[in-house]
Design a protein around this ligand. Structure first.
Ligand code: FMN
Length: 443
């Protein structure tokens, strides 16, 4: 049965979210997925310690564009005080500006580059009008002609003087990378439920403190005493509700171990507003089949919303995961690479529209649901979207970096197209964005 996804005080009409993906879910990827129907997107994992040390690059990863809907900031770390600091700092970008020169410079610059009006202090919140979403080709045309910012529900990213706080904070307890695990971060937290609990609890506490006006320079976590008074210019909209804290965990650490239920219960007890379960262990990295049974077990064990993750490569997979596990939402990761339309597909199926009929096509699509349903993109539409993606990346990054980063996206978008191998070969030696454009358009 259809339902919404609720995380803290946020309600998402459609329960499909974009996963955090390091090196991939930057502003352009998040924005395109949001326009295609992702209700919530996540930044890549960001080091809480990097924020603590005022690292400029770390701050830049958290710049949110004005064309985005709700964005979750994913943090990794294993020191409760440092995670708490990061939450307090990022809950209040306007105050971060005052208390942390380095970080503020990164935020302010990002805001300025993305939106001069916002950087000048204009408040931009509230829903943006956009075309209805049924995943059809007509909708897609409307999307590309109406431009960005069509998926901004009322609770969208909270704007403070042009700098945005996240819709949610997420703690990474799943990263399998040896360098991270050796530091006791990412999936290493699965091995220490007490430390995991302390980290989540510190983040929730910090979110509450931030909501009541305590800045990152306030009393250290755990210290008792009176809360500092909210500064006079502190926005009431933010002060009213703490930003929810969510966690992303794996099935377990060792190959055949499953500690997800125990860890999810610890997250719930510590105050987390939702838990995402990736049905693989740390030792599996991204290989093998994701275990959806463990998602169902966690769903039965906790009262907070459970978001399932792992092996959702089509809209139909997303629906199947919800049916088979009873989870409240679905997080899509590799299934969205080169395929933001997966969110339209999932929404159309969730609405019971199934697959539609392409203009001029003589037969009904696979689900035979007729007009109004999801119509897979044509090769031309894929190239068009790719060109938009390239344009957005070029707006945000230096050309040399944009060209390098777009190579992988091109590979994903054109997979299965005629001539894909040759295009990929050419793109891999292209040195400028114009060259990529010419190769893609054949001009
Ligand atoms: C290239 C890559 C980067 C990733 N980066 C992150 C990350 O920054 N944070 C995180 O929690 N998970 C990260 N993940 C894990 C995904 O979010 C997701 O849990 C995983 O890919 C399983 O989902 P899938 O089978 O649908 O791809 C990453 C995965 C990949 C492949």
């Amino acid at each position: 049965m259809k339902h919404t996804l609720k995380i803290g005080d946020l309600t998402f009409e459609y329960p499909f979210v974009l996963a955090p993906l390091a090196g991939i879910t930057d502003r352009s990827m998040r924005s395109l997925c949001c326009q295609a129907g992702a209700s919530l997107t996540y930044t890549e994992m960001v080091s809480a310690k990097g924020l603590w040390y005022g690292d400029r690059k770390t701050g830049e990863l958290l710049a949110v564009g004005d064309d985005e809907g709700p964005v979750g900031f994913q943090l990794f770390g294993c020191e409760p005080e440092i995670l708490a600091y990061a939450v307090r700092l990022l809950s209040q970008p306007a105050r971060a500006k005052a208390v942390d020169g380095e970080m503020a410079a990164a935020f302010a610059e990002a805001a300025e580059e993305g939106d001069p009006e916002a950087a000048a202090g204009g408040e931009k919140t509230g829903p943006a009008e956009g075309p209805a979403r049924d995943g059809s080709r007509a909708e897609r045309q409307a999307l590309s002609s109406s431009g960005p910012a069509v998926n901004r529900p009322p609770m969208g990213a909270r704007t403070v003087a042009g700098l945005k706080a996240p819709a949610v904070f997420d703690l990474n307890a799943g990263c399998p990378v040896p360098k991270i695990v050796r530091n006791g971060e990412g999936s290493a937290l699965l091995k220490d439920p007490q430390l995991f609990y302390d980290c989540v609890s510190a983040m929730c506490d910090a979110a509450r403190r931030a909501a009541s006006g305590a800045g990152p320079e306030g009393p250290a976590f755990g210290e008792s005493g009176r809360e500092p008074a909210a500064p006079a210019d502190y926005p009431a909209a933010i002060a009213a509700t703490p930003i929810p804290v969510t966690v992303k965990i794996r099935k377990g650490f060792e190959r055949d171990e499953s500690c997800a239920v125990e860890i999810a219960k610890a997250a719930e007890a510590a105050g987390a507003a939702a838990v995402t379960v990736h049905g693989r262990t740390r030792q599996q990295f991204y290989e093998g089949k994701a275990d959806w049974d463990v998602i169902a077990q966690v769903k039965k064990a906790v009262r907070i919303p459970v978001i399932g993750n792992g092996d959702v490569m089509t809209g139909a997979d997303a629906i199947r995961m919800m049916e088979e596990t009873g989870c409240d939402g679905v997080m899509i990761a590799r299934g969205a690479l080169g395929n933001p339309w997966i969110f339209q597909e999932a929404r159309a199926l969730w609405d019971g529209c199934g697959f539609g009929v392409a203009a001029g096509a003589g037969s009904e699509g696979p689900a035979g649901a007729g007009a109004g349903g999801f119509v897979p993109p044509t090769d031309e539409e894929r190239i068009c979207q790719l060109l938009r993606h390239l344009q957005m990346v070029c707006e945000d990054k230096r050309e040399r970096i944009a060209v390098r980063e777009m190579r992988k996206h091109v590979g994903w978008y054109i997979k299965g197209m005629r001539g894909a191998t040759q295009i990929r070969r050419q793109i891999n030696t292209a040195a400028t964005a114009d060259e990529i454009r010419r190769i893609l358009t054949g001009e």
